[in-house]
Design a protein around this ligand. Structure first.
Ligand code: CO
Length: 202
């Protein structure tokens, strides 16, 4: 069986199981979505947003891209953020990176020569690495530096988010959303909090 065929079969089984235990399950989700959370994570297949926090359909609005970047020039993530904040009025935005991130590794090693688009995508973070005092190539092992880069990236993306006109305006008028920077460990499945920005902290 092909992977996509298995997926279609799994989907049927999943939908049947949901309605077997709760006949009104899909009916309740049909016309409304009221998630409290916008999740911005990495596209990595090992970090599935809903699975790692045991969230159900309807609980999280999700955007994922390589190395969980939030760039003002990126219409995709910016429009997701606008919709989540203006229409869904989410209470929290979570930026969740992960250790051993291939995107961060590529930015750190400058190994994106054959990946023109990925290289372009990571330009901003590559320049942050170059100009950061926190990542010294001399004082630590490669693994330690990679960990620091992953954490620095999350913190940087939360800063980008904080500085958007949209978030600044919402904080003045509505006292939400709170911004959270998290990092996920592939080795133990656990999330660590790195940074939190609340409206009153401006
Ligand atoms: Co990644």
């Amino acid at each position: 069986m092909q992977p996509f065929e298995k997926m279609l079969l799994e989907n049927r089984a999943w939908a049947q199981e949901k309605t077997f235990y709760d006949p009104g399950y899909f009916g309740r989700l049909l016309n409304v979505q009221t998630p409290d959370v916008l999740w911005i994570g990495c596209s990595d297949s090992r970090v599935p947003a809903e699975t790692i926090v045991n969230a159900q359909p309807g609980e999280m609005f999700v955007h994922r891209n390589i190395a969980n970047q939030i760039l003002s020039s990126d219409l995709n993530s910016q429009s997701v953020i606008e919709y989540a904040v203006e229409v869904l009025a989410v209470k929290h935005i979570i930026v969740c990176g992960h250790y051993n991130c291939g995107g961060i590794k590529a930015a750190m090693d400058q190994t994106t020569d054959n990946l023109f688009l990925v290289s372009q995508w990571l330009t901003d973070f590559k320049s942050i690495i170059e100009h950061s005092d926190e990542i010294s190539p001399l004082d630590s092992s490669y693994e330690t530096r990679l960990k620091r880069c992953v954490e620095l990236n999350v913190i940087q993306q939360v800063k980008h988010l904080t500085n958007t006109d949209l978030i600044q305006r919402k904080w003045r008028d509505h006292k939400k959303p709170s911004l959270h920077g998290w990092v996920y460990g592939l080795e133990d499945g656990l999330i660590k909090e790195l940074i939190r920005r609340d409206p009153h902290s401006t």
